[in-house]
Design a binder for this molecule. Structure first.
Ligand SMILES: [Zn+2]
Length: 497
């Protein structure tokens, strides 16, 4: 370990809170941070990151929105071993945070090391700064990051309740594929614990590290119909750590041709789809991994949102365009990767005239979101179809729109669902390049990628200041269903998918 001899020894004893923090960076914000901090490695550099926050018990997620570099004139001191900004510069930022609802992360470099740790000087100055802003309360949060010359880091933020430091354990960089950086004082996932006999053949495919990444994922699968149940089934078998199944619908006899995990008796009794599925999937897992949770909730309720926000990845297998766009919006606001799948089949006089499906991988700020691709993808897919297929596609309108409720066939769900699962495995394990958009043509039996170009003016995912990217709950309030539920609940309507 390299040590800067100019640093004074630590003289402050810090109390640490059990809370933990995480910072999520859209690709553009991360690149700006990196360029700012590493521009001059001959001396320490400082900048500030304005963030939204998502808070749950014991955990704060910082959503990085904007990097504010420190201009030369705003440095009070700057050398190879010391950096300090003028108080009036920081004060102006604090005023902006209070006015606009931002949290503030201070970031500086220790450019001489690849194992950055807070120095004694940092301990003293951070404690003073955090005590100064103690009267400000959430959504304001005050934190500090120190980076080495390779962007390895150590991080902490202030826990107002306990008046103590809390650790920022990891940074998520939303590139393709997303990258997780663990703090110098934090351990990456425990790989040895994932070496269960159950996953032996997969460890041989993805390696121990890849299997560990899957084992520590928390994934929400929204929609437990024909498509969602196929996806959940594969994710459960793969050993994904926590699976949350979200769908309010009940089983019906007409579901039994395609919904995985449902029994005839459950369909007759009208069990919730998620309950039947979770029971079946948990039984196939080792006792300590029975972590498939059924959540019979409408996805647009606050309760469902809290579950979605707790996840590392969101999978959408829904048959409604509104639900699909909502999930896309949640993913953009909370900076959570989103994988969307849809299928459709059209029959004419007992013959399958057309069928297929698509999988889209949305990494907020790095790949096109659903709002970007609505028009572009349709065009790109149609360019690759024969004139007859294109004509059918236009008439059927199934490529990006709402899935046609009938007919529904299990083999199409199986193909498209597993195309999505494969992309999810790539995102988690980095074992192969991610394909952001895939189209499957059922009649031609071929799978092909389509162009998925980002719309630079997209209201949801573009880098401009008004987009919803990383806006947290600020961006979501208008999208939630009204808090009060209707008094009498109608009998659940059947749904496909
Ligand atoms: Zn977009």
């Amino acid at each position: 370990m390299e040590v800067n001899p100019n640093h004074a020894p630590a003289t402050v004893t810090l109390e640490y809170s059990p809370m933990t923090g995480e910072v999520r960076f859209p690709q553009a914000v991360w690149e700006q941070l990196r360029a700012t901090l590493l521009a001059d490695l001959s001396r320490e550099t400082k900048c500030f990151v304005l963030c939204r926050t998502l808070e749950s018990s014991g955990r704060v997620v910082f959503l990085a929105r904007e990097v504010v570099p420190v201009p030369d004139e705003a440095y009070a001191q700057r050398s190879a071993s010391l950096v300090e900004t003028r108080p009036e510069f920081v004060h102006a930022l604090l005023v902006r945070c209070a006015r606009e609802g931002y949290a503030l992360l201070e970031a500086h470099t220790h450019p001489w090391t690849t194992l950055p740790r807070f120095s004694g000087v940092d301990d003293r100055s951070d404690l003073q700064k955090f005590q100064t802003t103690q009267p400000m309360s959430p959504p304001f949060r005050h934190g500090s990051l120190v980076f080495g010359c390779d962007m390895s880091f150590e991080g902490r933020f202030w826990d107002y309740t306990r008046e103590a430091m809390a650790t920022i354990t990891r940074l998520q960089v939303l590139e393709v594929p997303p990258r997780t950086l663990y703090g110098a004082d934090c351990q990456p996932p425990d790989w040895a614990r994932t070496a269960l006999a159950v996953y032996d053949r997969q460890v041989r495919a993805f390696g121990l590290e890849g299997q560990a990444m899957l084992s520590h994922l928390r994934v929400a699968v929204v929609g437990a119909g024909g498509l969602g149940s196929q996806i959940a089934n594969a994710l459960a078998l793969l050993g994904v750590g926590h699976l949350l199944l979200i769908d309010p619908d009940r089983l019906e006899l007409s579901n039994l041709n395609r919904v995985v995990g449902a029994s005839y008796a459950q369909a007759v009794r009208g069990w919730r789809k998620v309950r039947a599925l979770a029971q079946r999937l948990n039984r196939a897992r080792p006792p300590e991994r029975r972590t498939v949770a059924p959540l019979p909730l409408d996805v647009r309720t606050r309760e469902a949102l809290a579950h979605l926000l707790s996840c590392d990845l969101i999978v959408g297998a829904v048959d409604s365009a509104v639900a699909r766009q909502y999930l896309n919006t949640v993913a953009m606001c909370a900076l959570i990767p989103y994988l969307d799948a849809g299928v459709g089949v059209r029959s004419e006089n007992g013959r399958l005239a057309q069928g297929g499906g698509q999988v889209q991988v949305v990494i907020p700020g790095a790949t096109a979101c659903l709002a970007c691709t609505e028009r572009g993808i349709r065009q790109s897919v149609e360019e690759q179809l024969t004139p007859h297929q294109r004509e059918l596609s236009i008439r059927g309108g199934y490529i990006q729109g709402e899935a046609i409720p009938n007919p529904q066939v299990v083999f199409l769900n199986g193909v498209v669902g597993n195309l999505l699962v494969w992309e999810l495995v790539k995102l988690a394990t980095h074992c192969a390049p991610v394909q952001p958009y895939i189209y499957y043509d059922l009649l031609g039996q071929h799978v092909f990628p389509a162009r998925a170009e980002r719309n630079p003016n997209c209201l949801l995912c573009a880098s401009h200041p008004d987009s919803l990217l990383g806006q947290g709950l600020y961006g979501l309030m208008g999208y939630l269903a009204p808090r009060r539920a209707p008094k009498s609940k109608p009998i659940p309507t059947p749904r496909g998918g």
